[in-house]
Design a protein around this ligand. Sequence first.
Ligand code: GRG
Ligand code: ZN
Length: 324
Amino acid sequence: MATEEKVADHLLTDLHVKYIQSLDHRKEDLEYWLTEHLRVSGLYWGLTALDLMHHRDALPRQEVIDYVVSLQREDGGFGGHLHHDSHLLYTLSSIQILITLDAINAIDIDKVITYIANRQNTDGSFTGDVWGEVDSRFSFVAVAALSLLKRLDAIDIPKAVEWILQCKNYDGGFGNRPGSESHAGQAYCCLGFLAIVDGLHYVDTDLMAWWLCERQLKNGGLNGRPEKLEDVCYSWWVLSSLSILGRVSWIDKEKLISFILSAQDPDLGGIADRPGDMVDVFHTVFGVAGLSLLGYEGLKRVDPVYCMSAEVIERIGLEPKYSL
Ligand code: GRG
Ligand code: ZN
């Protein structure tokens, strides 16, 4: 017998809050252990989703701060979990959490600046950790973290820009390294990078916005590159890029809102990559943040560069980058 499918037509805020609160107690789930290496990023995603839904206090503030502080390593960087090696990705998540909770002075800031600056190569690119993988994601993460700490002077910005511009493609998009295929995740990173260093004039706005709005499919969802499936997280990677370019109106907002809402778990909360799939905190934050960029009622505004509430970005005195 066919069961009637429940499809939510509004944001299930209370359920999402409970879902995020439950994540740290799900030690019987295999996923809990499989994601140990990126636990602090999971915490940043959960906290940001809660903050945007006006429930920042739903996680125990002091416990979260103590945990993040415990992740700072001797080299100044942060690991994804206790006793894990430093990586730029987890360093940014740690800084984002502490700034959201207004507790950045709890860590050794000079040491983390040194860690980030040491990741820059002579060609301007950045490695994610001491093992040497280079990616435009890491250039973004480095400048995002340094700008949140007001220490962009610690790196060679002109060289960093030179390298990012080599990742730009003829179709208007960006890849993860010079010569790589355009991908929406990298579009966000390279555009966010240029927004932070005041380099948006290097981008052909209409060409890039055209490539980005072409990511919307008939079902309203967005994909990350041509011929790929729709996925809720591109509601962040694509839409934040369009927001930075001031071209959110180039996509069908109502259809995208319906697509994101249809990917919610109507029983236990959380948002999945697409309707019917298992939820996770990664797609939950990017679904909520995407709805915020779409002006969904009852949510705080999100900053399209930092993926933190615009209120927090304004509190620390950075210029908000939000535009519809
Ligand atoms: C502060 C929000 C924030 C981010 C920090 C980690 C990072 C910087 C950015 C990641 C950007 C990125 C590359 C996102 C894409 C993630 C993703 C869905 C990858 C999957 O790619 P494919 O090719 O999947 O496996 P498709 O969708 O093309 O089939
Ligand atoms: Zn996804």
